[in-house]
Design a protein around this ligand. Structure first.
Ligand SMILES: Cc1cc2nc3c(=O)[nH]c(=O)nc-3n(C[C@H](O)[C@H](O)[C@H](O)COP(=O)(O)OP(=O)(O)OC[C@H]3O[C@@H](n4cnc5c(N)ncnc54)[C@H](O)[C@@H]3O)c2cc1C
Ligand SMILES: *[C@@H]1O[C@H](CO)[C@@H](O)[C@H](O)[C@H]1NC(C)=O
Ligand SMILES: *[C@@H]1O[C@H](CO)[C@@H](O)[C@H](O)[C@H]1NC(C)=O
Ligand SMILES: *[C@@H]1O[C@H](CO)[C@@H](O)[C@H](O)[C@H]1NC(C)=O
Ligand SMILES: *[C@@H]1O[C@H](CO)[C@@H](O)[C@H](O)[C@H]1NC(C)=O
Ligand SMILES: *[C@@H]1O[C@H](CO)[C@@H](O)[C@H](O)[C@H]1NC(C)=O
Length: 484
């Protein structure tokens, strides 16, 4: 179904052809000469260069010839004009958390957006301007003293940019929708260097396209988002021995997914296989200092290895997740869009995690994680038309599959296994009657090689026309990602 080798081949070939066409070192020097003093170019061995090419998954990083940190939107425009003229491949990096190789990295030039770190909160309009180089941790820390928050990432370290340009499933999504539904304005640098403000009224077509369309229309330097009230929250992460308590854990998930309708409640459950240890984790979330009784009782009744559940700040709950511990590993994500988390499909997910955990541990595997993410049926009513999801008639649940390993020689084996387990779960869901043949896969979770139609459905044609309109020379084709 997914033609990985064809995708990889065309990816490698495009890089190789571009590398022959252009002298990247020369392009770097041209950029250094053109940009203002607000920006800078860095070379290998410099600490800033190392930080600029850094990615959460080491397989998503690449050794660029140089990196550049633009400090103004105008400099971003100059850089895009130069790489476009020279046909130099480049990467655009926000928080560097993509799990697809080459999506925000390049063996040409890495454009790192870290200097766009502004956080301008406006209490009167209940909005905040966020630079596209921020990670959510910084945003939560800055907004907390104001008693407000935005609809952002659920664990530590994730970038604002890629998350917001792809969709955005948050702890507050049950109440306020996806991150794309909470963006009012984008500061966008077109591929020809012009800086524009994209809103519903100024460029409705781009406003639609940027809600799921990533880097196809240029580089975003700032997002303006709605803010919502934020008190302390109740919740945290619980770790459970998966060999002992699977039945209770599985039943608790099914019950929560089916029966909990309080939009302030959220959960993220994971089946984790790490170096022979089988651990289940549940992150509990309630958007108030205390949770009403009943909602989380099934989980709290399971004996745990550790629990961090308490009343705490939103940031502290987000940072309690051990996601940073997996840095420096290779890793890919994949996903199934489910209609429902039924007891039987939960059983299949559980079984698949055990099966592939044991199998892949033999092949330099470090961490296999199957993450179950319940959301209310109403989450898509908080927004209107977007590139992703392509239809708002029904919401689907993005199952997150994560395989992490250590050796580059295992990349193919893990890719193939991920495709296989994805298809096993998909087939099992269809077999039990889930109507998911046309359910869009979440672009921030889908594995490279997945056909565009699987992510953007009936929007593909519109998005291709939009890309051709705003990037007629296909400058953004020099960078990786889901390409229209
Ligand atoms: C540990 C972990 C936890 C996660 N948890 C969640 C979660 O709870 N909910 C959820 O919805 N997703 C989650 N994700 C997925 C996450 O949303 C994506 O990985 C997202 O793309 C990360 O954004 P980033 O800025 O860090 O990525 P990057 O790797 O920097 O960028 C991702 C893509 O966006 C493009 N891009 C980045 N910045 C710009 C810009 N300014 N202009 C144009 N294009 C740009 C890049 O070129 C690239 O193609 C998680 C991922 C990880 C690794
Ligand atoms: C590439 O550009 C650099 C700097 O401009 C120059 O020194 C070098 O000779 C060029 N290499 C080739 C192969 O053109
Ligand atoms: C995780 O890593 C990011 C940098 O990528 C850092 O800013 C953040 O504080 C880290 N979180 C924790 C809990 O250490
Ligand atoms: C939902 O709640 C009902 C009533 O308490 C219960 O009988 C049912 O088993 C629950 N559903 C699941 C999937 O646990
Ligand atoms: C568990 O998964 C394996 C591998 O996909 C499969 O062979 C087996 O039939 C599954 N067992 C159940 C009970 O689903
Ligand atoms: C830049 O691109 C936009 C969108 O395609 C176009 O409207 C504008 O005229 C272009 N500007 C220049 C200076 O070419």
């Amino acid at each position: 179904m997914f033609s990985r080798r064809a995708a990889l081949l065309s990816f490698l070939l495009s890089g190789a052809v571009n590398a022959l066409d252009s002298n990247v070192t020369h392009t770097c020097q041209q950029i250094a000469a053109a940009i203002s003093s607000a920006s800078a170019v860095y070379w290998p061995l410099e600490l800033t260069y190392t930080a600029n090419i850094y990615h959460y998954a080491s397989s998503s990083a690449a050794a660029a010839v140089c990196s550049v940190e633009p400090g103004t939107p105008e400099d971003v425009g100059l850089i895009l004009q130069i790489v476009g003229e020279n046909q130099t491949p480049f990467g655009v990096k926000g928080g560097g958390h993509t799990m697809n190789p080459g999506w925000s990295s390049s063996t040409g030039i890495e454009i790192a957006l870290s200097r766009f770190n502004q956080i301008n909160y406006d209490a009167s309009s209940q909005t905040v301007q966020l630079g596209s180089g921020l990670i959510w941790d910084d945003v939560y820390a800055a907004l907390n003293p104001q008693g407000v928050n935005v609809i952002g990432g659920r664990v530590t370290g994730i970038g604002v940019a890629g998350f917001s340009l792809g969709g955005g499933y948050s702890w507050k999504t049950n109440q306020y929708g996806l991150t794309v539904d909470n963006i009012l304005e984008y500061e966008l640098v077109w591929p020809n260097g012009t800086v524009v403000t994209v809103s519903e009224s100024s460029y409705p077509d781009l406003f639609f396209g940027l809600k799921g369309g990533f880097n196809n229309f240029g580089i975003v330097t700032q997002f303006t988002m709605k803010t919502w009230p934020q008190t302390e929250v109740w919740g945290g992460i619980i770790e459970i021995d998966g060999y002992l308590y699977a039945d209770q854990f599985n039943a608790a998930i099914a019950n929560f997914a089916k029966n909990v309708t309080d939009p302030k409640a959220g959960m993220l459950m994971a089946y984790n296989y790490a170096l022979g240890i089988y651990l289940m984790t549940a992150i509990l979330f309630y958007d108030a200092p205390t949770a009403p009784p009943g909602i989380f009782d099934d989980f709290l009744a399971i004996p745990y290895l550790s629990s961090q559940v308490s009343t705490q700040s939103f940031l502290s709950l987000v940072q309690a997740s051990p996601s940073n511990a997996t840095e420096l590993e290779r890793g890919y994500y994949h996903t199934v869009a489910l209609e429902a988390l039924t007891p039987s499909i939960i059983d299949v997910v559980y079984n698949q995690s055990l099966h592939y955990g044991a199998l892949l541990a033999l092949d330099s595997g470090i961490l296999i994680s199957y993450d179950v993410e319940p959301f209310l049926p109403s989450i898509l009513t908080h927004g209107s038309d977007t590139a992703y999801p392509p239809s708002r008639a029904q919401r689907y649940l993005p199952l997150n599959l994560y395989f992490g390993w250590s050796l580059a020689t295992s990349d193919d084996a893990f890719y193939d296994a991920l495709v296989e387990t994805q298809s096993n779960i998909y087939n099992a869901a269809v077999a039990e009657g889930q109507d998911i043949a046309d359910a869009a896969l979440y672009p921030n979770y889908a594995l490279f090689g997945t056909p565009l139609e699987k992510l953007y459905g009936g929007n593909v044609g519109t998005l291709q026309a939009l890309q051709a309109k705003y990037d007629p020379d296909d400058v953004m084709g020099l960078t990786g990602g889901w390409k229209f």
